[in-house]
Design a protein around this ligand. Structure first.
Ligand code: IDP
Ligand code: MG
Length: 147
């Protein structure tokens, strides 16, 4: 089973869409392995977005992701990384297809609502950045055999 890291960014929380967005992942058959509401620290934000350091949008990205609490979670399923990325949609909402989260809820790249790990390696790194091992829950979803 694969794990991926998802962040409902501060505008998703402010727009009161936490429940609606989590529902999409539950309906798809993803298991929530860990979840918290947290204002991301400067150090963690810089680590998380380190590949973007120096880009013209970097400062805005760091300040936006710290502008309020985010919901941070680990989702688990077969092919979790690819499934969640396709549910999230293209980085630029103008290119995100309707039906995807960014395609349904966002208009600007800077306020594109949600983060999802882009590979199994990134997921591992991001999970370790945001969660201590004891914050992950091991349990079985009763519906699992039917997914
Ligand atoms: P991703 O979130 O789809 O993986 P990345 O390229 O990793 O996209 O960029 C990280 C975040 O930086 C994006 O989600 C978006 O919020 C922001 N970003 C990326 N490109 C731009 C841009 O051209 N203008 C403004 N913000 C951007
Ligand atoms: Mg990315």
């Amino acid at each position: 089973m694969e794990q991926t890291l998802v962040i409902l960014k501060p505008n998703a929380v402010q727009r009161e869409l936490i429940g609606e967005l989590i529902s999409k992942f539950e309906r798809r058959g993803m298991k929530i392995t860990a979840m918290k509401l947290s204002r991301i620290s400067l150090e963690t934000a810089e680590q998380h977005y380190r590949e973007h350091r120096g880009k013209q949008f970097y400062e805005d990205l760091i300040s936006f992701i710290r502008s309020g609490p985010s919901v941070i979670m680990i989702l688990e399923s077969l092919y979790a990384v690819d499934i969640v990325r396709s549910m999230v949609g293209a980085t630029n909402p103008a290119e995100a297809v309707p039906g995807s989260i960014r395609g349904d809820y966002a208009t600007s790249p800077g306020h594109n609502m949600i983060h999802a790990s882009d590979s199994v390696e990134s997921a591992k790194r991001e999970i370790e950045l945001f969660f201590k091992p004891e914050e992950l829950q091991e349990y079985r979803l009763a519906v699992r055999p039917w997914l």
